[in-house]
Design a protein around this ligand. Structure first.
Ligand code: FAD
Length: 451
């Protein structure tokens, strides 16, 4: 396919960010094309199947505090159900497993760790309040000079609290505290409404709602509205640009437009050749923000047998490679547990076989949920580190020294190129809701310039 005359815009990437940009451009009557490398839309939100049930192998949860995503879910008639939390969670910390009500891990913290958290909670909150996800470059540069791991070493006295903050960081960022700048850790939490909201599966928390039949359906339904605008299996390889327009080269042809939206995570944009090269600040972001590492695993049982023992299958452990996991059983369906190999554990376990990972997962579940856990009816996994159009997940993070120097380039257009993708969001950065916000913002930038 070759466009005869320049389009108003090209969007690279048909994840939720590219799709939301497309919806806005369509609403504004612009001519545009979305170029997608994969043979499907949705990007980091991906369908799968386990025991005859359709599931999400990538992003899946939402909550009432994510207004953009919830509004689309409602508009498209999709139904949400809560993550099952009745009964007790099991939290393993420093060799001891504690039964905690619902998902409250506080009872698992030794007394000294609780006191230490009480001492530090206000300080952490003040630090989070001090940063602005829209302009991290104006934060105290000292926050960007150290990793969150270094902050833990300097400030946290109780080993139990240090381990808990490490577990939380792994499951929120899919990276180790030593890999992430303190400033990035703080802005990310601020964008998601704070630590409590981001780690919660209770109402309002980021892990509260699942979508019957999977969140990926929403990407397909949006794509159906944009069907004449989407080109699958069309990876952008080269972008030639100036202030008047762009030419995007793909294996199926070249496309010209007045404007370009790049709706990709920075390391994915780094795979595209830019001619002329991008300004240094923008290129630095592409070069220096790596993706986190995660392997998502689903395990199916005839029924959620753990509930008989008053458990909700929420497990978190500082000793296990597979942590955390949740009861994600659909209403009236089989018993489904979804969980993660995160951060360095994902890197280590990615090098092993599916059989080895399955044994590790079932060993952990059997230890905590009982012998029935050893006999699932199905097991499915998705290693995001091996997906060549994502190269890791959930998202890209900033190591120390990046955001304070180059934070001003995260959203700043370069000539005719505008930036989307969840990594450029100022609310729910790293989440689907953030992807939607970023896509809309980039589309509105273009619409504003064309009128
Ligand atoms: C295991 C896992 C669990 C997650 N859990 C949640 C969750 O529960 N809730 C939540 O809100 N978020 C979650 N996330 C994060 C969420 O999925 C992402 O934040 C969101 O999907 C990102 O959307 P995006 O459009 O910004 O990027 P992407 O989804 O990455 O979209 C980018 C698109 O660009 C394409 N592409 C890449 N390179 C090129 C190229 N050169 N040319 C053309 N196309 C290209 C890709 O194929 C992709 O389709 C999770 C992610 C993972 C992987």
């Amino acid at each position: 396919m070759e466009a005869a005359k320049p389009l108003d815009a090209i969007i690279i990437g048909a994840g939720f960010s590219g799709l939301s940009a497309g919806l806005k451009l369509k609403e504004a009557g612009q001519s545009f094309l979305i170029l997608e490398a994969r043979d499907r839309v949705g990007g980091r939100v991906k369908p799968g199947q386990i025991a005859g049930q359709v599931i999400d192998l990538g992003g899946m949860w939402t909550c009432d505090n994510q207004p953009r995503l919830m509004s689309l879910i409602n508009q498209h008639g999709l139904k949400a159900y809560p993550t099952y939390l009745e009964g007790h969670a099991l939290v393993e910390l420093m060799g001891k497993t504690t039964k905690c009500p619902r998902e409250d891990f506080a009872p698992a913290l030794p007394l000294f760790a609780k006191l230490d958290y009480a001492r530090l909670e206000g300080r952490l909150k003040r630090l989070i309040d001090s940063v602005d996800p829209a302009s991290p470059q104006y934060s105290d540069p000292a926050l960007d000079a150290m990793s969150f791991g270094e902050w833990i070493r300097r400030n946290v006295k109780a080993q139990g609290l240090a381990l808990m903050l490490t577990l939380i960081t792994r499951s929120v960022f899919c990276a180790e505290p030593d890999q992430i700048s303190l400033l990035n850790w703080l802005t990310y939490l601020k964008a998601g409404g704070g630590l409590d909201r981001m780690i919660a599966a209770e109402p309002g928390g980021a892990q509260h709602l699942l979508i019957e039949g999977g969140l990926h359906q929403l990407a397909d339904q949006i794509a159906a509205k944009l069907v004449d605008h989407i080109c699958l299996e069309a990876p952008a390889q080269r972008v030639t640009w100036n202030s008047d327009g762009v030419t995007v080269a793909t294996p199926i042809g070249e496309f010209k437009a007045k404007k370009l939206i790049i709706a990709l995570a920075p390391p994915m944009a780094n795979q595209i050749h830019f001619d002329p090269p991008l300004p240094h600040a923008r290129d630095a972001i592409h070069q220096r923000m790596p993706m986190g590492a995660v392997i998502k695993v689903w395990i199916a049982y005839d029924r959620p047998f753990w509930r008989d023992a008053g458990l909700n299958a929420f497990l978190a452990s500082d000793a296990a490679a597979f942590s955390p996991c949740f009861d994600c059983s659909p209403p009236d369906g089989p018993g489904l547990i979804a969980g993660f190999f995160d951060a360095s554990e994902a890197s280590i376990w990615s090098a092993k076989t599916t059989a080895e990972r399955r044994e590790e997962v079932l060993g952990l579940l059997t230890k905590h949920l009982g012998q029935q856990a050893a006999h699932p009816i199905d097991y499915v996994e998705n290693d995001w580190t091996t997906e060549s159009w994502s190269r890791g997940c959930y998202g890209a993070y900033a190591p120390p020294g990046l955001m304070s120097r180059f934070g001003n380039a995260v959203r700043a257009p370069v000539g005719s190129i505008h930036w989307a993708g969840t990594e450029t969001a100022t609310e729910w950065t790293g989440y689907v809701d953030g992807a939607l916000q970023a896509g809309e913002r980039a589309a509105l930038e273009i619409i504003a310039q064309s009128s």
